[in-house]
Design a protein around this ligand. Sequence first.
Ligand SMILES: C[S@@+](CC[C@H](N)C(=O)[O-])C[C@H]1O[C@@H](n2cnc3c(N)ncnc32)[C@H](O)[C@@H]1O
Length: 293
Amino acid sequence: MDRLLTRRTPRSSRAVAAQADSSARTRAFMMMFALLLVLATAFAAMAQEQSNKGGTYEPQVGQAGKDVVWVPTPQALVDKMLEMAKATPKDYLIDLGSGDGRTVITAAKLGLTAKGIEYNPQMVEVAQKAAKAAGVSEKATFEKADIFESDFSKADIITMFLLPWINEKLSPTLLKLKPGTRLVSNTFTMGEWQPDETATVTADCTNYCKALLWIVPANAEGTWQLGEAELKLKQSYQMLSGTLGPTEITDARVRGTAISFSVGGANYTGTLEGKSMSGTIAGSNAKWTATMK
Ligand SMILES: C[S@@+](CC[C@H](N)C(=O)[O-])C[C@H]1O[C@@H](n2cnc3c(N)ncnc32)[C@H](O)[C@@H]1O
């Protein structure tokens, strides 16, 4: 037993020594690994800071934004949105949350004056550089601002790729814009305000390929004198209901300043201007006018 003990004792010491040695190596390795990790993190942060300072900021799809992340609208849908809005060089376009500026720049290339409102200052810089590279800096401008604190009342066209809750929150402001203002959203709806048109692109588009268009309606609600009869109109967004004399009107709506309704088989179309409207009755060429009471 003793011999066994004496024989085993030196072996045990070697094992303990070896184990201690191995633990020290593991600790050293762990410390080295931790140090490398710290250095790598610091280096990445420095590289990011330097690249941002150096103007080579690279936006990442899905990166955080104030109220919504950045995902660019596919170019095919940008083109479709502008086509649906019937954009002309006379129009002033504002893109709410303009990201890399592609909608604003595309509009400027078509001759529109266009502005992007974007909360992320680095994205504003990216967009400004892209506008410069495209040679449209004068027509395509970008402002670092919050869409909830911005005035876009001068726009003829508003484009957005936000989220349903944001569109809904903005809708009371958008509804007060001048009649005929075109609002075009990539994919997302606007609460109870139904779009006037929708379109989906299939070519060169795999995600977020649907556009929705709203045309800010003029206010038609009230009682109007139309010839000998009273036209009583109720309005919910662009949809109208009511009566002409004793007869209920159908298919009644306002699209910007254009009004249309049917009554007793006659189809009325016309234009609203403040407290008066006028137009024709389809088929008969008869003219009609009405004045708000
Ligand atoms: C989905 S991206 C759309 C970008 C661009 N409009 C497009 O269609 O390619 C939304 C953009 O809105 C910006 N954004 C988020 N909240 C915002 C806010 N409150 N005000 C201004 N911009 C905002 C984000 O930084 C992001 O660039």
